[in-house]
Design a protein around this ligand. Structure first.
Ligand code: PLP
Length: 411
């Protein structure tokens, strides 16, 4: 498949991702569900196979050769993640099972240490459930309150409200870098600056940000940054919590077990140093190695190239979708990534998704684990086409033909 606008050799890129060449119902797969999870390049698949077939052994605990190799690869993976997001130190990189686990860790642990009755946590109306529910649970436990930055009609945050929403009671702000439901980019830097003026830390949910542009946690000056491996071309079951050392040092561990301890007696346990204090039990170290390989793949491809390719796809998809009659786009702003969330006339998104599926087109339908933002727009859900750098203009043409087919069948 030749994409004239591609900024790199798109055929070669696509050949790195085995799933992209499969067929569905006899049709060539058009994979537009990258917001839910991304496909894996063979480099990542090979790294995982190699770990299991050549040097697999549990980390940190053995004196034998294989354990040494596994431990070394795991800690090198941590270093790779550190450099990818430009954290100051490896101690600030905690491996978790994903974004959800990372946010739960912070909500619990930060909550235990810093939140008291009557305090407030500030999030936004466009958050994924993973950045709502853990805070809600913590607020219930601590008798604290959740406050919400509202969203404008175009899906952007109503930042004018920030000044009165950040009060002396606010203890932490937690916002998405990019909305998974709408694709809208959130001005997190501005939010961080405003929060820091009042010495309030900010957690950035980077689940939809890390794969679409350079992330520099030091430039951003966020206090916590979280993301999932599987959304950035890495394996499932591995994720990252970046936290500034000053916070992580103070926060108590939220899970007890092996590896997170220094000394255990029945009377008292002392905890291991960072980052191990937060990594109880056997972590998914093979996943971490796979994630590091995915980040290497991105670096070899070039994040600037990825950004340019995705920008081209976004403009083309926007033009074609808007030229198609009867479409309502949610998150109707220029300031977004290559996610298009839309409805076709009065057709239920689920029906549209089923017809598109029969044409080999994988889109996501429903509330995208973001029911509050759907409620804000008075809808149950949308059809979400989430594109990434291995997609092509030709695939967008196939989606448009699919939408016309849906219309011809349902209207
Ligand atoms: N936050 C955002 C913005 C997301 O898009 C997602 C997943 O779609 C999550 C959090 C949760 O990620 P995971 O299920 O990998 O923990």
């Amino acid at each position: 498949m030749i994409n004239k606008s591609a900024v790199f050799d798109i055929d070669k890129i696509r050949s790195d991702f085995p799933v992209l060449s499969c067929t569905v119902y006899g049709k060539k797969l058009v994979y537009f569900d990258n917001g839910a999870t991304t496909q894996k390049p063979k480099q990542v698949i090979n790294a995982i196979t190699e770990a299991y077939s050549k040097y697999y052994s549990n980390i940190h605990r053995g004196v034998h050769a294989l354990s040494d190799i596994s431990s070394e690869k795991y800690e090198s993976a941590r270093e790779r993640i550190r450099s990818f997001i430009n954290a100051s130190a490896k101690e600030e990189i905690v491996f978790t099972s994903g974004t959800t686990a990372s946010i739960n860790l912070v909500a619990f642990s930060f909550g235990e240490r810093y939140i008291s009755q009557g305090d407030e946590v500030l999030i936004s109306e466009l958050e994924h459930h993973a950045n709502i529910v853990p805070w809600q649970m913590m607020c219930e436990r601590k008798d604290a309150h959740l406050r919400v930055i509202p969203v404008n009609d175009d899906g952007t945050l109503h930042l004018e409200d920030l000044d009165h929403l950040i009060t002396e009671k606010t203890k932490i702000v937690a916002v998405s870098q990019v909305s998974n439901a709408l694709g809208v980019i959130v001005p997190v830097k501005e939010i961080i600056e405003k929060a820091h003026e009042k010495n309030i830390p900010v957690l950035v949910d980077g689940a939809q940000g890390i794969q679409h542009g350079h992330v520099d946690v030091r430039k951003l000056d966020c206090d916590f940054y979280v993301f999932s491996g599987h959304k950035v071309y890495g394996p499932t079951g591995i994720g990252v919590l970046y936290g500034k050392r000053e916070w992580l040092e103070e926060m108590p561990p939220c899970q007890g077990g092996g590896d997170m301890v220094e000394r255990v007696t029945f009377e008292k346990t002392t905890y291991n140093e960072l980052p191990f204090k937060f990594e109880a039990g056997t972590v998914n170290f093979v996943g971490a190695i796979g994630l590091a390989t995915a980040l290497e793949y991105i670096e070899a491809t070039g994040m600037d190239n990825i950004v340019r390719q995705e920008a081209d796809l976004k403009v083309y998809a926007d033009e074609r979708i808007k030229a198609t009659g009867g479409i309502r786009v949610y998150g109707n702003t220029q300031n977004k990534i290559s996610i298009i969330s839309f409805l076709i006339d009065k057709i239920h998104p689920y029906d549209a998704g089923l017809i598109l599926d029969k044409m080999g087109i994988a889109v996501r339908t429903g509330s995208h684990c973001a029911q509050p933002i759907m409620a804000r727009f008075g809808i149950d859900g949308t059809i979400r086409a989430s594109l990434c750098f291995y997609n092509t203009r030709e695939e967008i043409d196939i989606l448009i033909a699919g939408i016309e087919k849906v219309k011809s069948m349902m209207l």
